[in-house]
Design a protein around this ligand. Sequence first.
Ligand code: PMP
Length: 440
Amino acid sequence: MNYALTEKYLQERKDYVISAVSLYHPITVIRGENAFLFDTEGKKYIDFTSGIGVTSLGHANPELIDAAVEQLRKLWHISIMNLNYPSYVELAKKISEVSPGKEKKRVAFWNSGSEAIDNAIKVARQATGRHVIVAFENAFHGRGTYGPALAATGKYMPYKESMEPFSQGVELLPYPYCYRCPFRHEYPECGLACLDYMKKWFTHARYPPNRIAAFLMEMIQGEGGFVVPPKEYVKELKSFLESNGILLIDDEVQAGFARTGKMWAVEHFDVEPDIMAFAKAVANGLPLSGIAVRESIAEKVHLGSLGGTFGGNPVSCAVGLKVLEIMKRDNLPARAEMLGRIIRKRLEEMYEKYEIIGDVRGLGIMQAIEIVKDRKTKEPDEDITKKIINTARERGLLLLIAGLYSNVIRLHPPLTIEEDVLKRGLDILDESIKEALKKK
Ligand code: PMP
């Protein structure tokens, strides 16, 4: 036991780190091993956070360490804007090959998801000569830059408060969050009324569709609480976009790289994105993000408008290559689907037991429960959500909060988690709900 060390680090964080950088779990983690994390006291946790959907191949993955060390010894930085190097172009080729859709894709890299989104928007505006970007309420596209990614993030508190003015030309519309339909309809009887509203809003109230450059969409909302839109919504939206020359930017930052049970979340909806942004799991936690763009669109972007000193550094790209190799070799999309089924079944059993679970939803290994005070009124219960998460941590399970009302518990385990560890984690979640209800 080393309580003094835990307190030292937490105190130093309080003293020296800007407090606006929030901390959900008051522990200090010093080591990881696949699906486990260890804190300064040597306490072992099952990690259902994966660094927010990043370490899909587990912590301290030996194959990835070898790939990183090999590249570190050879070359760890030259700028791609100055000199060419193999890992960047090889990874661009591999991502192009596995990207969704028929047309060949061209790729460029940055470090964070926010940068990838900002650059996807740059490309869309240059390629179409239009400026309006439409995003969705409850979406998250980044707080890492002050550009359109932040403007397109659809939750005001805490991401946007007192930060106006935002990047211009970004409009937010209701997302098909059917559990909390903004029009109080029930799916599927609604006949996708939200889509009709959107089309009319544009034509009559705001801009004609021929002024819109792109729609920016998460195919499953991550920070929004794993909200999955109806398949026909996405298909109908895409045909509306196509008939008006509007591009679809698919934000795969959180859901990409097999987490939904397919390589890309968009593949669940049978549509082809024009631009796809990715980050997080691409290099299992080394800074790397990027966009994959249909070649005919990429050709319209002018020389020198994309890039950055650190984007796609040689080490991150070498690890990215290994990540893709392992995902293919071990068929990780299928594993995400299989593990997701185990999780879903357990969450549905919990739904039967606990009235506070209002909704169970997700795709692949990304599964979530929404916590409410009352199933009829659907009033969100942030307090009990926090109690469940804190109780789980005391019992050795790390969970992530999400949702517009901070009342969603989302499960983000690594794709390499052993089945018995996953099941143990789900047992802890179940016990924690029971215990949190007793403390109510
Ligand atoms: N898009 C989505 C869907 C995300 O989930 C996130 C991060 N949670 C981002 C963009 C921004 O990524 P980053 O924090 O790396 O800037």
